[in-house]
Design a protein around this ligand. Structure first.
Ligand code: ATP
Length: 364
């Protein structure tokens, strides 16, 4: 079973909420649609479920085009949160609930409940009420209720948004392992990048109705395809510094003039060095990939720390040269204070270079 979206488009009046999206979600794959508010995530999900009609393009479920098929005949399980269990019903009754609409016999329902309980390891707690369950068990019951009808695919819209922070952490791992075992495609909508990075096999990053990049969480983080993805993924946010390429100082080091007058030297892959002198670029460096060094280094940056934000084990320091705010994460071994002048060096191989059109020239 797979979900395929081909040039899928949805317009609301003049607004193109989803703009010719192509996407395939494989069997047993968990794909997260991630992006800022209003980028078209929920609308995409609703078109898969049939709750919204597509203006153009195709929705293909398990090999069949379903654009003209009513939601209840698509056999998809869509839920808005994992948590809505009926408190006065037992686990078995909660699991059985979606089957009552299916005109099944009691024996058939019991068999389905037993089968689902076995998949989710709920056999020992079928007679308990939700109030008597651990949080992880509740979550598995809620997932069980989604899967009991044996749908073609699972669609979840911000499933963890109502949980408190600690519970979310537990649930992220739990959900991933359950969903991966089901050999059905799953799409999860979220605006929370941590949720996407931990739960997804692949992430589709959306902006303004389009998909900016689809890849594994690791690749999205390590090799963002463009400035939008670079700035959206990762906390603290990646530093994006406008600069101009000046020269290769040797076979593997490129020199850049940073706006404001300083120069930076960065190790690059010579095979990919297709920059020309004078090319305007944006250099991307994550705050954890900048080292504070004792002495001023040639081709590093220096400026004054104007804000220090303690983050527990680490500290986020803002360097401000009047032109840029460059964020640097330091540990307790490198204490910094507001007003200090610091010198920094970008760690080798950690700088991303984006061309004038915003796409990655390479991740060096
Ligand atoms: P959020 O995270 O805030 O839910 P989203 O990425 O899920 O955002 P959508 O809900 O898909 O975004 O909305 C995409 C765009 O389409 C938004 O600009 C929204 O205002 C608009 N939109 C959604 N539904 C309708 C509708 N029924 N009528 C008109 N405009 C709509």
């Amino acid at each position: 079973m797979t979900i395929e979206l081909k040039k899928l488009t949805k317009r609301f009046g003049d607004l193109t909420a989803v703009d010719a999206i192509d996407l395939t979600v494989g069997e047993g794959e968990v794909l997260c649609l991630l992006g800022p508010s209003g980028c078209g995530k929920t609308t995409t999900l609703r078109m898969v479920a049939g709750l919204e009609w597509a203006n153009d393009g195709d929705v293909i479920l398990a090999g069949n085009r379903v654009n003209d098929i009513a939601p209840r005949d698509r056999n998809v399980a869509m839920s808005f949160q994992f948590y809505a269990l009926y408190p006065s019903l037992t686990v078995a009754e909660n699991l059985a609930y979606p089957l009552h609409a299916e005109s099944m016999s009691k024996a058939e329902i019991d068999a389905k409940v037993a089968e689902t309980a076995a998949v989710l390891q709920l056999e020992g707690i079928l007679d308990r009420l939700p109030g008597q369950l651990a949080e992880g068990e509740k979550q598995r019951v809620a997932v069980g209720r989604s899967i009991i009808r044996d749908p073609n695919c699972f669609l979840f819209d911000e499933p963890l948004s109502r949980l408190d922070v600690q519970l979310r952490e537990v649930m992220r791992g739990e959900i991933k392992s359950v969903l991966q075992g089901l050999s059905r495609p799953t799409v999860i909508v979220t605006h929370d990048q941590l949720e996407a990075l931990t739960m997804a096999d692949r992430i589709a990053v959306m902006r303004d109705g389009r998909i900016e990049q689809v890849d594994t969480p690791h690749t999205i983080f390590q090799k963002p395809a463009n400035l939008f993805v670079a700035g959206f993924i990762g906390t603290p946010q990646m530093n994006l510094v406008p600069a101009t390429f000046t020269e290769m100082s040797d076979a593997t080091n490129a020199r850049f003039a940073v706006e404001g007058g300083q120069t930076l030297s960065i190790t690059v892959d010579p095979a990919a060095a297709d920059l020309n002198q004078g090319d305007p670029v944006t250099l991307g460096i994550r705050p954890r990939n900048i080292d504070i060094v004792r002495e001023q280094v040639e081709d590093g940056l220096s400026s004054v720390i104007d804000i220090v934000e303690p983050m527990g084990a680490e500290t986020l320091a803002h360097m401000n040269d009047g032109k840029h705010d460059i964020r640097v994460v330091t540990d307790w071994q490198t204490p910094v204070e507001e007003g200090d002048t610091v010198h920094v060096r970008f760690q080798p191989g950690a700088t991303h270079i984006f061309g004038q059109d915003g796409t990655a020239v390479r991740a060096s």
